[in-house]
Every structure is written in structure tokens, then in C-alpha cells.
Design a protein around this ligand. Structure first.
Ligand SMILES: Cc1cc2nc3c(=O)[nH]c(=O)nc-3n(C[C@H](O)[C@H](O)[C@H](O)COP(=O)(O)OP(=O)(O)OC[C@H]3O[C@@H](n4cnc5c(N)ncnc54)[C@H](O)[C@@H]3O)c2cc1C
Ligand code: FES
Length: 496
């Protein structure tokens, strides 16, 4: 199986970065995805000294591996927020997402390779999905968001029949690495610094500021903004309230016309569609699906085969050009969080919980955090923060924790039974005395690392398609030789 490589990263413009972080600055931003770079650009333009520290490289985790629809039609998100957090939170969510969408459009104005206007369609082909589409239409009506409800038999723009559909005109699809490249250049043109291969590992709030500990040494700053997906500096136990969901995405060459628009099905076998240009400039069909909770699905290669089969069944002559995968985090209240972390004296901010809709939610979070730091608060900020403080989502919180506990027990049992020879590309966790050891064979060489997640001790699971060690508890991921790939862990696995 080929190694995952997203279309966006294959066709990314070069992104200039800096060799060293400064010894002190106004704002340190951990993570160079969309949330981090949008926050950095907003603050740098207003004269703040900004240093962005990125553990891997720009766009390495979710933003460089997304499907990048810039849309206010967002699957079943509105109905989920309405039922978990209430109407006021949903109204604030819509306002924030409109502002996020407008902001990205302004940033990419005139860049036709980076943004295209399209219609967005949410659809179903069977009864479970139909109910979800109807509920979404009701939630959208409740907050006055216009959407066309298509009758059965009306053309939704797909080569197969659908039984329910919502269509919203005038949405967009973007090239996420082009957006990141533009924001990175903007930060540096205002005197900011972007350092890659530099991991934030700790932070101490002190009088008048924060000391940030990194793999490149310590930095003094007035404020730290943590935009690392699941926050790596976590004074509010966010990790326990976030559910990581990972999906596969693949780009295909197909024979015949491509669907015009961005599409998402709400059926149990959810599929996401858009188009994009490949390395040779030809238009490709991008298909996403196969969602799973990180670390709880070993046979990820089966999910990729299913994506290929589905695409082949629905689009003549489909040939996969490249594939990739990514994860994003959902809060138990379904509402994203952007603001100061409790107990940090307003010195440490975090943005997380975009639930696979970060192209609008990440810039909205950046506007929120920049507004707080500059003392120009945005109107939606408080209504979006309050669901995180209420107990409306208590049942889901308990369910999320019970599922984490079950994985913990399952992981311990698996380590006892794992053994035997490893085929190329395979991995398993075995016991070495009392310690679980994760073994994988890559290019004929067996890599042995600790099988225990450095975040909070979860037993790792092998991800066959991506060849990574994934934690079933809160979604940290590691390379076969133990480097952190993503998630709340900030320290790599010990080599054995
Ligand atoms: C499969 C998939 C499809 C999606 N499709 C869409 C879509 O069509 N439309 C949409 O709106 N949204 C979509 N999303 C969601 C969207 O892509 C994300 O919400 C968004 O990219 C998240 O941006 P971010 O900046 O929070 O995180 P990231 O892009 O993950 O950035 C976080 C960065 O922090 C770095 N980092 C981690 N730990 C450290 C550390 N200790 N020190 C320094 N740096 C660190 C990481 O390497 C990473 O670069 C999708 C998500 C997925 C998973
Ligand atoms: S991610 Fe929390 S224990 Fe592994």
C-alpha cells in the first residue's frame, strides 16, 4: 500500500519558515494549522509580536489533510448543536461560522486556484439518513438559515438517486495549503516568526506572563495560544471532553462528468465529495469516508478498500491517484471552544472541537481569541463558551468516559495475547516483562517502542493503512519509531 499523501500537500506552494524562535515575544502560538496561523495573522497585523511553534511542519496534521469545504451547510451539525447545547448556542455558532467563512473568502479573494464558489448539498439515500436530513432542515429553519429542500426525484447533481437533499447556493471549496501559505507569509511579513520541528511541551503562568517550554528551549511571552487540535497544554481536562474522529480521503481520476458542488451524505456509510486539481492540473474527484474513533480500528486498510469500491461502483473508471487520512475533535456539547483556559489568569488560550468543520470554525476561533487578546471581544464569544460550563452534556460526557474506560481494559487484554512473526507493514503489542512493547515491521526492519501512550497510559493500537501507533483513549498518534504525530501527547514513545 502506498504511504498516505494528501492532494493539498502534494500541490502545496513552498512555505518559508524560520530557524530559531525568539527568546521572548508577545504571543506564542502552538500549532501551525488553520487555527494557529489565522490567529497569528490577525494578531501580527495589529502589531503584536507573534512566534508560531509547530511540532512537525505547516499543515502536517488536520488542515493539510482535510477535504476543505468552506460551507455553512454542515451535515447534521446544526441539529446536533441545537439538541446538545440549545438554540442560543446554535445562533452564536451560525454567526461565528459566517464570520469565519467571510474572513477566509477575503483572505483568498482573487486566488482562483485556492477558492472556487460551489453549491453545497447534504443528502440521504435511506431512512436513517433521511431523518437526519429532515432534522437538519428544521434546525436551520429555527435559526433562519436559508436552504433549499429538494423533493424526492429532484436532481441533486449526483450520478445516483438520493431520497432527501438540502442545497445551499454560494458556498466554497478551498485549497487549504494555499490558505496556510498565504497566512504564514502574512505573519512573517509583519515581523512574526514561524519555527517548524519545535514542539511545545509545557507552560508556567507567572506574574505578567507565561514561560513556554519547548524542544528548542524556553520562551517568555505575555500569552500562549494552544491550537494543536486536542490541546497539548491542558489545564481544563479538555482531552476528557473531546472525541477524536478519524476519516480516510482519496482522490480519483474518473471517466465522465464530475459532480459540480460539494456533497455530504448523512447515511450510516457517510460519504463526502468535492473536486480538486491534481499535480498535473487535471480535475479529480475527492471522496472522504470510513470515519472511526482514533485507535479503535485496526483494519484501516479495509476502510480504504471500501472507499475504492464505493467510488468504483458510483463513478465509471475510477482510479485512485492518492489517499490520506486525518482526525478532528468533537466536544460533548458539539460546540467548539475558543477562549482562555480556566485557571490560567487569561495567559493561556485554546481553540478546539471543530468537529470536521474547521475551515469556518478555525478562523472563527481565531477571531474570538484575537478579539479577547486585543480587548475587542466578538459578539458570539460568550454564548459559545457557556455550553462548556453547563451540565447539559453530562450524559454524553459519562458515555465518552465509559467508552474510554472500556478501551483501557481491552488494550490490557490485547497485549497479553499478542505474539508471533510480523509481516511487512504489520504491528502488534507484546509484553516484555511487565512492560507492553509495540513492535512493527517497516521496510524489513522491526521497530520496538513502548506500547504505552505518553499522554495518560493508553495501550496503543496498530493502524495498518497509515502504519502508525494510535491511542484509543484520547487520539494521540505516533510513528513506528515513536515520534509524536498528533493528539494531546507532547512526548514521543521510548525506544526499546
Ligand atoms: C477527514 C477530515 C475532513 C475534513 N473536512 C472538512 C471540510 O470539508 N470543511 C471543514 O470546514 N472542515 C473540515 N475538516 C475539519 C478541519 O480540517 C479541521 O477542523 C481544521 O483543519 C483544524 O485545524 P487546527 O488548526 O485546529 O488543527 P491542525 O491543522 O491539526 O493544526 C494543529 C497543529 O498543531 C501541531 N502540534 C501538535 N502538537 C504540537 C506541539 N506540542 N507543539 C507544537 N505544535 C504542535 C500539529 O502538528 C498541527 O500542525 C475535516 C477534518 C477531517 C479530519
Ligand atoms: S491520548 Fe490520552 S492516553 Fe493516549
Amino acid at each position: 500500500m502506498t504511504a498516505p499523501q494528501s492532494l493539498w500537500r502534494l500541490t502545496s506552494p513552498p512555505i518559508q519558515t524560520d530557524a530559531q524562535p525568539p527568546a521572548n515575544t508577545d504571543v506564542v502560538i502552538a500549532g501551525a494549522g488553520l487555527a494557529g496561523l489565522a490567529t497569528g495573522a490577525l494578531l501580527a497585523r495589529r502589531g503584536q509580536r507573534v512566534a508560531v511553534l509547530e511540532g512537525r511542519d505547516v499543515g502536517a496534521a488536520t488542515t493539510g489533510n482535510t477535504t476543505a469545504k468552506l460551507s455553512l451547510l454542515q451535515g447534521s451539525v446544526y441539529s446536533q448543536i441545537q439538541s446538545h447545547a440549545g438554540l442560543e448556542a446554535l445562533e452564536a455558532y451560525v454567526a461565528a461560522n459566517r464570520a469565519g467563512q467571510d474572513w477566509v473568502r477575503r483572505e483568498l479573494a482573487g486566488e482562483h486556484d485556492a477558492i472556487q464558489q460551489v453549491d453545497a448539498v447534504t443528502y440521504a439515500i435511506a431512512s436513517e439518513g433521511e431523518r437526519a436530513v429532515d432534522q437538519e432542515a428544521e434546525a436551520m429553519a429555527a435559526v433562519g438559515v436559508d436552504v433549499d429542500v429538494l423533493a424526492q426525484g429532484q436532481d441533486a447533481g449526483l450520478p445516483y438517486p438520493v431520497t432527501r437533499a438540502l442545497r445551499m447556493h454560494g458556498q466554497s471549496q478551498i485549497h487549504p495549503m494555499r490558505l496556510l501559505a498565504k497566512l504564514a507569509a502574512e505573519i512573517r511579513s509583519h515581523g512574526g516568526t514561524i519555527v517548524t520541528g519545535c514542539r511545545v511541551q509545557g507552560a508556567e503562568v507567572e506574574d505578567g506572563g507565561v514561560v513556554v517550554q519547548t524542544t528548542a528551549g524556553e520562551l517568555d511571552a505575555e500569552t500562549l495560544v494552544v491550537t494543536t487540535g486536542s490541546p497539548v497544554i491542558d489545564r481544563a481536562a479538555f482531552f476528557a471532553r473531546l472525541v477524536p474522529s478519524r476519516s480516510l480521503v482519496a482522490a480519483y481520476r474518473v471517466v465522465g462528468p464530475l459532480p459540480r458542488g460539494v456533497f455530504l451524505s448523512l447515511d450510516p456509510e457517510g460519504r463526502s465529495l468535492r473536486t480538486a486539481r491534481g499535480e498535473d492540473g487535471r480535475e479529480l474527484l475527492v471522496v472522504g469516508g470510513g470515519a472511526f474513533t482514533t485507535g479503535r480500528e485496526r483494519e484501516t486498510d479495509r476502510l480504504l478498500r471500501e472507499l475504492d469500491d464505493w467510488t468504483g461502483d458510483n463513478f465509471a473508471g475510477a482510479v485512485r491517484v492518492t489517499w490520506w487520512a486525518a482526525q478532528d475533535y468533537r466536544t460533548v456539547s458539539r460546540v467548539p471552544f475558543a477562549g482562555a483556559m480556566p485557571g490560567t489568569n487569561g495567559r493561556i488560550y485554546a481553540a478546539t472541537g471543530f468537529d470536521k468543520w474547521g475551515m469556518t470554525n478555525a478562523p472563527a476561533a481565531a477571531l474570538t481569541i484575537a478579539g479577547d487578546i486585543l480587548r475587542e471581544p466578538v459578539p458570539w464569544a460568550e454564548a459559545l463558551r457557556s455550553p462548556h460550563l453547563r451540565l447539559v452534556d453530562g450524559v454524553d460526557f459519562v458515555a465518552a468516559q465509559a467508552s474510554v474506560a472500556a478501551s483501557l481494559v481491552g488494550g490490557v487484554v490485547r497485549t497479553v495475547t499478542g505474539s508471533g512473526d510480523l509481516a511487512e507493514g504489520e504491528g502488534h503489542v507484546v509484553r516484555d516483562g511487565r512492560h507492553p512493547v509495540a513492535e512493527a515491521r517497516i521496510d524489513g526492519v522491526v521497530c520496538r517502542v513502548s506500547g504505552v501512550c505518553t499522554h495518560m497510559g493508553g495501550i496503543l493500537e496498530w493502524n495498518t493503512a497509515e502504519r502508525s501507533w494510535d491511542c484509543p483513549l484520547h487520539g494521540s498518534r505516533f510513528s513506528p519509531d515513536g515520534d509524536v504525530l498528533e493528539g494531546p501527547a507532547s512526548v514521543g514513545l521510548e525506544r526499546r
